[in-house]
Design a binder for this molecule. Structure first.
Ligand SMILES: [Zn+2]
Length: 113
């Protein structure tokens, strides 16, 4: 599952951050997940719950913020929001789109004790 490897990555980032800051534990970690990233938030949440069980994130609160997908139509120039990359332009109904926002996942903040 794609989300499992993402969860493993997030935990690795958290571990590195903990070591670098000589912290004891991680209290909170905030993630931003774009609606067009292809990541299913429920699956990611599940993957994190499974992965963090015995690790340093065991007691950490994990907050996932969803970032709306923004697309631009390359045909007519219309900007619009959508959570589906395969949607069509609401103005001219073509599918020649550029992603403006909501494509990525990243760790927004890590709170270390
Ligand atoms: Zn258009």
């Amino acid at each position: 599952m794609h989300e499992m490897s993402i969860a493993a990555n997030i935990i690795k980032i958290a571990e590195e951050s903990l070591v670098k800051n000589h912290g004891k534990a991680i209290d909170k970690i905030q993630l931003e997940v774009g609606q067009l990233s292809g990541i299913v938030i429920e699956s990611l949440q599940f993957a994190l719950d499974v992965s963090k069980k015995d690790g340093i994130l065991k007691k950490a609160q994990i907050i996932i913020n969803e970032i709306p997908g923004k697309l631009k139509c390359l045909n007519c120039g219309q900007n619009f929001e959508s959570d589906d990359y395969f949607s069509c332009c609401p103005n001219c109904n073509t599918h020649e789109l550029e992603v403006l926002a909501g494509k990525d996942i990243f760790v927004k903040s890590i709170t270390i004790r």
